[in-house]
Every structure is written in structure tokens, then in C-alpha cells.
Design a protein around this ligand. Structure first.
Ligand code: HEC
Length: 133
């Protein structure tokens, strides 16, 4: 670009404007489109197990550990039971859903409001699945 071109104030302002516009468009695209692109695979093909796993890892694993053993700093402190322990194994799926929904003891809060019934059912299925080799 030659200097004379840039010296013309009107043209320069126009170019600035175009630059700004491009920035705006890019910003809007990244805000609007990127989450949609990310959401698409989940909406299309992700199995419920995957999202249940994500939530388990996010909300439960601090205490119950990734493998359900309860072997984490917090889990040991609160004496979280190993999922494979007989006391845990004898709980039915329904009983576990109840515990996760309403909470148990003073250390585990209920998750009904936060997660909803359907998701809790899926998480419990996932959690119980951890006990299988
Ligand atoms: C702050 C730590 C903590 C978090 C977070 C937590 N729990 Fe617990 N959970 C406990 C404790 C402690 C117990 C045992 C309570 C008792 O026996 O009095 C328990 C008990 C349970 C039980 C009953 C099993 C048993 O053997 O007693 C299930 C099922 C369970 N939790 C699932 C979950 C799920 C699913 C999540 C995530 C949505 C979760 N927990 C999040 C601490 C936690």
C-alpha cells in the first residue's frame, strides 16, 4: 500500500471502520458459533453415559474417587465407603438414587435440585458400573 493512500484521512477512517467491523464479526462468531460447534457432537451422538461420567467426575469424584473407591483426601476424611464394599453393594439402584437425591448423613448433600432425577439415575448407573471389572 503506498503512503499517499494511507494519508487520505477519509480512506483511513474507512479502513479503521472495516477493521473494527471485522473484529466485531470475529468476536460475535466466537461467542455464538464456537459453543454451538462444541454442542453439536453432544446433541448428535454422545451417549448419556458420557455426560453422566462427566458429571460424576465433576461433582462426585472429589469424595468418591474416579474409581468409586472413596480413596481421595476428602473421601478418606469423610469415611466414604468403597463402592465395592458389601454395605454399598447391597444398596439397590433405587436406594442409591434416593441417597444421591436427598443426601446422606451430614457430609453428603442431596443433588436433586442441582442435577434432576434423570441425570441422577444416569450417574448412579455409571457409579454402579464402576464396581464391575
Ligand atoms: C463432600 C463429599 C461427597 C460428595 C461430593 C458426594 N458424596 Fe456421596 N457420599 C459421601 C459420604 C460421606 C457418604 C456416606 C454417608 C453415610 O454413610 O453416612 C456418601 C454416600 C453415597 C452413596 C451411598 C453409598 C454408600 O455406600 O453409603 C452414594 C450412592 C453416593 N454417595 C453417590 C454420590 C454421587 C453420585 C455423588 C455426586 C452426584 C456424590 N455421592 C457426591 C460424600 C460425598
Amino acid at each position: 500500500m503506498d503512503a499517499r493512500f494511507l494519508e487520505r484521512p477519509k480512506m483511513k477512517r474507512l479502513l479503521d471502520l472495516a477493521g473494527m467491523l471485522l473484529l466485531y464479526v470475529a468476536a460475535i462468531c466466537s461467542v455464538v458459533l464456537v459453543p454451538q460447534l462444541r454442542a453439536t457432537p453432544a446433541a448428535g451422538g454422545a451417549s448419556p453415559a458420557e455426560s453422566a461420567q462427566d458429571v460424576y467426575l465433576d461433582k462426585c469424584a472429589v469424595c468418591h474417587a474416579k474409581d468409586g473407591s472413596g480413596n481421595t483426601v476428602k473421601g478418606r476424611k469423610l469415611k466414604v465407603k468403597d463402592l465395592r464394599a458389601p454395605e454399598s453393594q447391597k444398596l439397590s439402584e433405587t436406594e442409591m438414587i434416593e441417597i444421591v437425591s436427598k443426601g446422606k448423613g451430614k457430609d453428603m448433600d442431596g443433588f436433586e435440585k442441582e442435577l434432576g432425577k434423570d441425570l441422577i439415575k444416569q450417574i448412579v448407573e455409571y457409579y454402579r458400573g464402576l464396581a464391575k471389572p
